[in-house]
Ligand binder design. Structure first.
Ligand code: SAH
Length: 266
């Protein structure tokens, strides 16, 4: 495999401490579900690479690439489970995909786009697109000193105040777990995580991006209201295409905003 070089870790005062501010030229958009990815792939007019040469053969992972107003954009998707044929949702496939994509494609920025459950009590409504300000896990309970904190694994998002203001985006903390439903224990930890949105991948992408010092923006469209009265699965399925449309409308605007800017100016 190609040797891997990382750019300097962005810091809040990167303009003064970092002699080479990272300029956004190449972006990887990491999307879990095929149905979420396709409207975006079509909107951006990207081309699918058959058997992407950057990934080991036999993997179901997909890559759609092209340029958008001079930016190089790759949308990567973990694809369908080889045995069951359903989307490879959850933390493990997306972590592997994010790692491989960073190592091979050297993005200046990763966007994790997807859907999430939203908490009405925290101001979420169906179809809203949220930018995550913080990532944490709610299903990694390790009641041993320090490991408890490792399990939660809180990470701050790359600050993007100017982008959020310019595009009038909603912001909220994201809590991730490998279940679509929510046990009472999950609920307790999600509350402690102060989450507005809940998904099954975000904190895993943040873990990999943070390890490899690549800036990350997570954008999540709300498909279901967790503290509402409708069953999650029904609500999720009913709103999936609306959420995918909201993402494919918002992400091109984000791409246009970040294009050729320094991360520290976002
Ligand atoms: N495709 C399945 C469900 C997929 S799992 C179905 O057809 O029913 C749900 C996906 O949407 C995951 O990728 C997850 O990140 C996101 N998601 C949406 N609402 C969620 C919620 N309430 N809790 C956790 N993840 C949610």
């Amino acid at each position: 495999m190609e040797s891997f070089e990382v750019n300097p870790r962005p810091t809040p005062n990167a303009t003064t401490t970092n002699p080479l501010p990272r300029i956004v030229n190449t972006i990887v958009v990491c999307v879990t579900m095929q149905a979420e990815a396709m409207p975006l792939v079509q909107t951006l007019n990207l081309t699918e690479e058959e058997e992407p040469s950057i990934f080991p053969k036999a993997l179901p992972w997909k890559k759609y690439s092209g340029t958008h107003e001079g930016l190089t954009v790759h949308v990567v998707v973990p694809g369908k489970d080889l045995k069951l044929g359903v989307d490879s949702v959850g933390t493990v496939p997306v972590s592997m995909l994010t790692y491989a994509s960073i190592v091979s494609l050297h993005p200046d920025l990763i966007i994790n786009a997807g859907t999430a459950g939203g908490f009405r009590a925290k101001g979420a409504a169906i179809g809203d697109v949220f930018v995550a300000t913080q990532f944490a896990n709610h299903d990694r309970r390790i009641p041993v000193p320090v490991f408890d904190e490792y399990g939660i694994g809180t990470l701050a998002a790359t600050p993007i105040p100017n982008l959020v203001k310019a595009l009038e985006l909603k912001e909220g903390k994201l809590s991730t777990g490998n279940s679509l439903d929510m046990t009472p224990q999950d609920e307790e930890i999600i509350k402690a995580n102060d989450a507005t949105i809940k998904d099954m991948e975000g904190a895993a992408v943040a873990y990999v991006a943070n390890l490899l010092t690549v800036p990350l923006i997570a954008m999540k469209a709300v498909t279901d209201i967790v503290d509402g009265d409708k069953p999650t699965v029904e609500e999720f399925l009913g709103n999936m295409s609306r959420a995918a449309a909201a993402l494919s409308a918002t992400i091109p605007r984000v791409l246009e905003y970040v294009n050729a800017k320094s991360i520290s100016n976002l």
